[in-house]
Design a protein around this ligand. Structure first.
Ligand SMILES: [Zn+2]
Length: 357
């Protein structure tokens, strides 16, 4: 890859737009293992185009076909006033699951149930595309979230048995926030789980007694923020400790844990956490920007996690978001808590007002 001097580096906007479009249309062979989470890949691409202020490369027909595809991934009971089967409600990550279910469209296939990360990215993508979520049964979706909360306050990803940890606490909080229905979450239990996962060094892990990590610290802080429970539940000492833990993750870009290499995605995970904690101004913007721009491929587009590595859709999206957090020129501003553009969030808040009437 060409390595320009730092002073020459600019965001290779056109190349990133093409990179994201390519991944939206066809996953490269080496990314085939992501097929089951295809909806998340679509979110990275579409939200990435939004951050690049380039959503208009998708014409109305294409947007409509993507919206229809996403609704095709929604597991929802056929009769909306019958609560039977609501615990399975949510989005799946790929239409491949329909083949796994051998074409059965009823609820008898055990693989026919939503996945919290896919429901979060599905709803977010619909909002980014300007959809008004009218085809979502919000009560059923809420019941689907509720069915996944565990006794200790954490959430599983799906009914088919999965890990339960901070990642899905964040997804659950994002879903409840987007559909403006918190009945799917025992908020106090969730808060207790988050507070119990604060490590001795004030960073936050996947759960109690686990090592603090940049990704899970974001999930915990953003979940509290979306619940409107951030300041009320963390002491000044804890907030300052969290700020210190996050600021110390900056090397040039950010690392996810002490003694780990710098990685593009943490410019968002840790940067967004600092934004939510009101301490983003404490970082060195220039060093962060220099690292991020060194990980972009200026020829074929995309960002990788490390300099001179292969780009992927997730690091491309989070690299762009990391730059957007610093109000980089030419990029849409990003909302740290929901991990989508402030433009899309405004559309969501418009829907909330409508639902309130
Ligand atoms: Zn990463």
């Amino acid at each position: 890859m060409l390595c320009p001097s730092k002073a020459d580096m600019k965001i290779a906007k056109n190349q990133h737009v093409k990179y994201l479009l390519r991944h939206l249309n066809l996953l490269p062979a080496r990314a085939s293992s992501y097929d089951s989470t295809r909806l998340a890949v679509a979110f990275f691409c579409i939200s990435g185009l939004d951050i690049l202020k380039s959503l208009d490369v998708l014409d109305e027909e294409k947007k409509k076909s993507i919206i229809d595809w996403i609704y095709g991934l929604l597991v929802e009971p056929k009769i909306s006033d019958n609560e039977q089967g609501w615990e399975r409600c949510g989005f799946q990550g790929s239409s491949t699951f329909n083949f796994v279910c051998d074409g059965r469209q009823d609820d008898t296939c055990p693989y026919k149930s939503g996945h919290l990360a896919m429901t979060y990215t599905g709803l977010a993508t619909l909002l980014i595309l300007g959809d008004d979520l009218t085809r979502v049964n919000r009560k059923a979706l809420s019941a689907g979230v509720k069915a996944l909360q565990q006794e200790n306050g954490s959430f599983c990803a799906s009914l088919e048995g999965s890990e339960n940890d901070m990642r899905f606490v964040y997804c659950a909080a994002s879903i409840c926030y987007m559909i403006q229905d918190w009945s799917g979450m025992d908020v106090q239990k969730t808060i207790n789980y988050i507070l119990g996962s604060i490590s001795y060094d004030y960073g936050i892990g996947q759960g109690p007694d686990l090592e603090a990590h940049g990704g899970t610290t974001f999930c915990a802080v953003a979940a509290l923020s979306l619940m409107g429970q951030l300041e009320a539940n963390l002491s000044e000492k804890q907030i300052n400790g969290l700020r210190r833990w996050c600021v110390l993750r900056q090397i040039s870009g950010f690392q996810g844990r002490p003694n780990k290499p710098v990685d593009t995605c943490y410019s968002f995970w840790v940067g967004a956490t600092l934004k939510l904690l009101g301490a983003f101004h404490l970082i060195d913007y220039q060093q962060n920007k220099d690292y991020l721009l060194l990980t972009q491929d200026p020829i074929t587009g995309g960002f990788s996690k490390w300099v001179d590595s292969s780009p992927d859709a997730m690091h491309t999206y989070l690299g762009l978001c990391g730059l957007a957090l610093m109000n980089e020129e030419g990029l849409e501003k990003v909302h740290a808590g929901l991990n989508m553009s402030k433009r899309a969030l405004k559309h969501l808040h418009g829907l909330h007002k409508k639902w309130d009437q």
